[in-house]
Design a protein around this ligand. Structure first.
Ligand code: 5CU
Length: 358
């Protein structure tokens, strides 16, 4: 059974050259003292010459991706453009850049047939018609198996009824939506000492809560009732959704406003959506989180991932085994009690089946 990485990003050269031409987030800035720096997260945009992070070759080089794969025993990777995707592009440019980026990803995968597949990127700042057209178009690209989507939607989040045409196209084309965070929580929640704590608060907590809120808004607005075939792969084992599903369901059942509006009768339970519409990656770095993911969605809906090129070893040597990868694969082993068949399914078999990778 192959090992498959469903959560692995790339900033292709075409994209990094766009970032080099910018001075507002997201951008790449040539620091006079610290080399080229990638500044993508809202909190990273300070005046420090060491703001953001160094942009190592692993961020954009396909040969680095391939050697990372062979070093970690990964047979197949499902690539996705890294955040913040194309969310920031002027509407008039978004459609053509999306076509270029998606064609480029497809061609890259085509150079390594059977080894690389990809989640396409949608031009979210363009019109709904253009987004739907790109959805229909990427479904015909040979190596495309879904789309990666942030939480902002068309600007008002994923409970925006204007997205219905997009959900419909994605469901009809059998494209999995890989839902991934980027924007985190408002900076104030981290307090005045946030700068002392590096990226820990936004990445460990802001990202997962952003995902949880986004998918809960989809649940509350009836997306999964209207599009019963829609399949969504949640990054980072669903943020905190597996842990909070019971509380979300109970808050719905006890909400006087929803009851008065007749929104409780006839809805699908959170548990039902989790078992039929939600896939989870196994990027949570520990056994308890993974057990919660297995409990709510089933181990047949869980797929291994690495989050490469993020979370490299802190030393100079990126060629060593990555601790972040080891933590995720150890968690799969221990959460499943070493059950060989289930471990193989999570490490690759599920992805082969779900994403049609054979
Ligand atoms: O380290 C980070 O900032 C990130 C990021 O931006 N995107 C991601 O997928 N993981 C970590």
């Amino acid at each position: 059974m192959p090992t498959v990485d469903v959560h692995t990003h790339l900033y292709p050269p075409l994209y990094t050259s766009l970032l080099r031409s910018r001075t507002t987030v997201p951008y790449i800035f040539p620091s006079p003292t610290a080399g080229d720096r990638l500044v993508i997260l809202p909190g990273e945009d300070t005046s420090s010459p060491t703001r953001g992070r160094p942009i190592a070759p692993s961020y954009h080089s396909i040969s680095h991706k391939l050697s990372f794969m062979s070093r970690h025993g990964i047979d197949i990777s499902v690539l996705s453009l890294a955040n913040p995707w194309l969310d920031w592009l002027p509407p008039a440019e978004a459609g053509s850049v999306a076509r270029e980026v998606n064609d480029d990803m497809d061609a890259t995968c085509g150079q390594h047939p059977g080894k690389l597949f990809f989640f396409a990127t949608l031009p979210l700042s363009a019109s709904v018609e253009e987004i739907v057209a790109e959805t229909r178009r990427v479904a015909r690209l040979k190596y495309c198996r879904g789309v990666i989507l942030g939480t902002s939607g068309l600007g008002n989040g994923l409970d925006d009824a204007r997205l219905d045409g997009v959900w419909q196209a994605l469901a009809e084309e059998n494209l999995v939506v890989f839902l991934h965070p980027h924007y985190g929580l408002p900076g104030e929640v981290y307090g005045p000492r946030a700068g002392e704590y590096g990226h820990v608060l936004p990445l460990a907590l802001g990202f997962p809560l952003e995902t949880t809120i986004a998918v809960t808004r989809m649940l509350l607005s009836g997306v999964f009732e209207r599009f019963e075939r829609l399949q969504v792969l949640l990054a980072h084992s669903g943020g905190t959704l597996p842990f909070l599903a019971g509380r979300i369901e109970s808050c719905i059942l006890h909400d006087g406003h929803l009851s008065k509006e007749g929104k409780i009768e006839g809805r699908r339970k959170v548990w039902d959506v989790l078992r039929k519409n939600i896939y989870l990656d196994a990027v949570i770095y520990g056994e308890p989180g993974l057990k919660a993911a297995i409990d709510v969605s089933g181990s047949d809906r869980l797929m291994f991932g690495t989050d490469h090129p993020f979370f490299p070893p802190l030393g100079e040597d990126e060629d060593e085994e990555w601790l972040s990868v080891k933590l995720n694969s150890q968690a799969v082993q221990s959460a499943l009690g070493g059950d060989k068949a289930h471990v193989e399914a999570v490490m690759g078999g599920n992805a082969v089946k779900i994403l049609r990778l054979s």
